[in-house]
Design a protein around this ligand. Structure first.
Ligand code: PRP
Length: 262
């Protein structure tokens, strides 16, 4: 459990009361706590919740981390995106919204009742544009990553699976390791906390694995997309115990959201 949650997990109904007094802007014993991602999914998440008829918090730009809904029915934690599944798995939050990319990387035990219609992006392998990367679908073999990293002394155009230990900078070490391992590539994974495009530019890595949405960041940094690892979008996640103990409230929310996804 996150160090910010003081009490040991005993169940979704009492955990939050133990760790955060209602006077600090939290929830009453019976209310729901929703973990929302800061950053690129934040506004779309709030907009979607409002469209689904939920009362959303105000002041989400403030430094306050837990915000009550305007009608007091629900509490909202504005958290780092990859902490959302952690809060929800441990019952510190009943529900959450996060990207599938984060969900698959963190591999938390949560229910995933709905994919949500925003936050579409992909997790891709990318490399230097001058490194002779073969665009997706053009190599004739989807597993044959014919890449010549600019900073590598490997043979030009050598299929990546035969390269000796390509270095990959990423915020997604688990998915990256699995992707390359499944292709027989013994990749060296360099985990960064952001701006992984710097990897090839600074000679830290041969390739990167990162989220691509518009492709602007890659283009601006002289990189091209090579392979898609995962298609991603926002997802609703629910704590397993909460789904049983607060079934009526949670199902009401899920069904309201479902109407917007069909
Ligand atoms: C993400 C990702 C890329 C960028 C891709 O970064 O890591 O850098 O967005 O988006 P684009 O294809 O639309 O240019 P984010 O802004 O979330 O911050 P981060 O680099 O700290 O992860």
């Amino acid at each position: 459990m996150s160090s910010s949650v003081a009490a040991p997990y005993r169940g979704p109904a009492d955990t939050f009361e133990q760790s955060q007094p209602a006077a600090a802007g939290g929830r009453s014993e019976q209310s729901l706590l929703f973990a929302l991602p800061k950053g690129r999914l934040a506004q779309d998440s709030l907009f979607f919740l409002a469209r689904a008829g939920l009362s959303i918090p105000t002041g989400t730009e403030s430094r306050k981390l837990i915000l009550p809904a305007a009608d007091g029915s629900t509490g909202f934690v504005m958290s780092k995106p990859r902490d959302v599944p952690t809060y929800v798995e441990h019952g510190a939050a009943d529900l959450g919204i996060c990207g599938l990319d984060v969900l698959r990387e963190t591999d938390r035990a949560v229910y995933e009742p709905l994919l949500l219609p925003f936050g579409h992006c992909r997790l891709s392998v990318a490399g230097p544009a001058d490194g002779a990367a073969v665009p997706p679908g053009e190599s004739g073999d989807s597993d044959d990553l014919a890449v010549k990293p600019a900073s590598s002394s490997n043979l030009p155009g050598t299929p990546l699976r035969y390269m000796s230990q390509p270095r990959i900078a990423t915020e997604y070490p688990r998915l990256t390791r699995r992707f390359f391992a499944e292709r027989g590539v013994n990749a060296e994974i360099i985990t960064l906390g952001g701006s992984v495009e710097l990897g090839p530019i600074l000679g830290l890595s041969d390739l990167i694995v990162d989220v691509v949405q518009t492709g602007t960041t890659l283009r601006m940094n002289g990189l091209v997309e090579i392979r898609t690892i995962l298609e991603s979008q926002a997802a609703l996640v629910v704590n397993r115990a909460s789904y049983q103990l607060k079934a009526a409230e949670i199902n009401r929310i899920v069904e309201r959201m479902r109407l917007l996804t069909t």
